[in-house]
Design a protein around this ligand. Structure first.
Ligand SMILES: [Zn+2]
Length: 145
C-alpha cells in the first residue's frame, strides 16, 4: 500500500480527511472465470472509515480490461486466420497434386524426347562417319573436297 495523500471528499460524510492508497483490485472479465488484477487508487475516509474509488481508479480498470480484451481478440483472430489458411491448403491440395502430376508428366515427356534426340544425333553422327570413310578425299579437318 502506497499512501499518495491526495485530498478528496468522502461520498458518505463529506469529510475531506481522506487518504489515497494504491491497492490491488480484481477486475472481472465478461467471459469465463477470468479476472484481471490491477493496482489502482483506493480512497479511505479518516472520519467515517468509508473506502471508495474514484474516476482515476475506474479509468485504470477500464484500460486494463480493454487491453486484455484486445489481446484476447487478436489471439482469437490469429487462431482463426491460421485455421482458415490451413483449410485453404486442404481445399487446394487436390488441385496442387493434379498440377504436380501434370508437371511431372511433362517433365517425363521432355526427358523421353531428350533421350530420343540424343539417340537420333548418335545415329546421324555414325551415318556421317560412315559416309566420310567411304569418301577418299577427306583432309585432316574432316572436310570433303
Ligand atoms: Zn467519510
Amino acid at each position: 500500500m502506497t499512501d499518495v495523500g491526495v485530498l478528496k471528499s468522502c461520498p458518505n460524510c463529506g469529510s475531506t480527511n481522506v487518504t489515497v492508497t494504491v491497492e490491488r483490485q480484481d477486475v472481472p472479465m465478461p467471459e469465463g472465470d477470468l479476472s484481471l488484477c490491477v493496482f489502482a487508487p483506493v480512497l479511505t475516509c479518516a472520519h467515517c472509515g468509508e473506502a471508495f474509488t474514484d474516476d482515476s481508479s475506474e479509468s485504470i480498470r477500464d484500460k486494463a480490461a480493454q487491453k486484455f480484451m484486445t489481446i484476447i481478440r487478436e489471439r482469437n483472430d490469429a487462431k482463426l486466420r491460421a485455421a482458415n489458411a490451413e483449410a485453404m491448403v486442404d481445399k487446394r491440395l487436390p488441385e496442387l497434386e493434379r498440377k504436380f502430376a501434370d508437371v511431372y508428366r511433362m517433365h517425363s515427356i521432355l526427358l523421353a524426347n531428350y533421350d530420343k534426340a540424343i539417340n537420333d544425333l548418335t545415329r546421324i553422327r555414325a551415318a556421317i562417319r560412315e559416309l566420310v570413310s567411304v569418301t577418299s578425299d577427306v583432309d585432316a579437318t574432316g572436310r570433303l573436297h
